[in-house]
Ligand binder design. Structure first.
Ligand SMILES: *Cc1c(COP(=O)(O)O)cnc(C)c1O
Length: 364
């Protein structure tokens, strides 16, 4: 069977070239007579793969030397607890934006350990915009500011000028970039910590990646579990215990693929084109609509509804039959969601638009 276009929000589609390479060397990696997943993480061969993966990520994101790159388990969600434990003492205050479900989860975890000031948001679980800067309230003594640059479930992303205003507070900025890391160039030096689960735009599930400024490592609270302390990973090349070796290797193949395809600068142009043509089509059609403020629409997760809700089930069924998979929106909000990460070829978006046009025509 041919590979379909898979619009899943995560775990998500991976580049076909990566899957082919992994498949070709699955049983016998580099003439070692074993699969890379059967190999000791401390072997010279595996360590070389691990180091190359980090070097390639550093290259594609232009990560400065005063940042550590860590490869961890536990997903992005584990960091919701690790962040306050590593950066605060009891009684401290921190600033969190509440722009959707993932921000909210981060707030719930942080609230166990520190006083959380919500800068803005939280009135609804399904916001369609990040309110105007005039409504934001930072706290004077916050130890850091946390935000989710791209809310995966609704497809709501921070605008550049809003991020500038966050940086202007002069506090360490911590960003959950699980669903938009590597989608375009960023200036890593403006962030204190960037973290992301791998299963959206990096590789398979089971791995998460953190980029942390050196001076923020080593201050975890005494009670912090060893495996939640960033220093545990930083001091042991992310191999204090057994890492997710196969996921790490596959992430390496994805970074290699990104480099071979012009890096994040080039993929950003493709991503912008993909997102714009899909939003343009939705906006131009009376059959479909999107509720997110146009300047804050995600490039990665495009949500949309049918004006006639009764046709949603049929839309899902027909699109699946047409080889356009996993378009059903998140169970909390219904509707549709097309996740169009780096690995989604532009032809996939073109095929989706053609399908939507045809469906609208035959159901008008
Ligand atoms: C998927 C996602 C998470 C959770 O990731 P896990 O790796 O499953 O813990 C957190 N934040 C955002 C923005 C996400 O998209």
């Amino acid at each position: 069977m041919a590979r379909a276009f898979n619009f899943s929000a995560g775990p998500a589609m991976l580049p076909e070239a990566v899957m082919r390479k992994a498949s070709a060397e699955f049983l016998d990696w580099n003439h070692t007579g074993m699969s890379i997943m059967e190999m000791s993480h401390r072997s010279k061969e595996y360590m070389a793969v691990a180091h190359q993966t980090e070097a390639d990520l550093r290259e594609v994101l232009a990560i400065p030397d005063n940042y550590q790159v860590l490869f961890l388990h536990g997903g992005a969600s584990m960091q919701f607890s690790a962040i306050p434990l590593n950066l605060t003492a009891e009684g401290d205050t921190v600033d969190y934006f509440n722009t959707g479900v993932w921000s909210d989860k981060a707030i719930i975890e942080a609230s166990r350990y520190v006083n959380v000031n919500v800068v803005v948001g939280g009135e609804t679980k399904n916001p369609t915009e990040i309110p105007d800067m005039a409504e934001w309230s930072f706290s004077e003594d916050a130890k850091y500011i946390h935000l989710c640059t791209n809310e995966t479930i609704t497809g709501l992303a921070f605008q550049e000028d809003q991020l500038e205003h966050v940086f202007a507070q002069g506090k360490p900025v911590i960003a959950d970039m699980s669903s938009n890391i590597l989608c375009r160039p960023i200036d890593v030096s403006r962030y204190a910590v960037i973290y992301a689960g791998a299963q959206k735009n990096i590789g398979p599930a089971g791995l998460s990646i953190m980029i942390i400024r050196n001076d923020l490592i080593g201050h975890a609270r005494e009670i912090t579990p060893t495996l939640l302390k960033w220093a545990t990973y930083a001091n042991n090349e992310s191999m204090f215990n057994t890492p997710a070796t196969y996921a790490w290797y596959l992430a390496g193949l994805v970074f290699e693929w990104l480099k071979a395809n012009g890096g994040v600068e080039t993929i950003a142009l493709v991503n912008q084109r993909k997102a714009e043509k899909l939003y343009d089509y939705i906006d131009s059609s009376a059959f479909y609509y999107n509720t997110i403020k146009p300047s804050q629409r995600s490039w990665m997760n495009v949500t949309f509804y049918l004006t006639n809700k009764e046709l949603e089930a049929e839309f899902i069924q027909a699109s699946t039959t047409a080889g356009l998979l996993s378009l059903k929106g998140h169970k909390i909000f219904g509707g549709m969601r097309a996740s169009i990460y780096n690995a989604m070829p532009e032809e996939g978006v073109d095929a989706l638009i053609a399908f939507m046009e045809q469906f609208a025509k035959t159901h008008a």
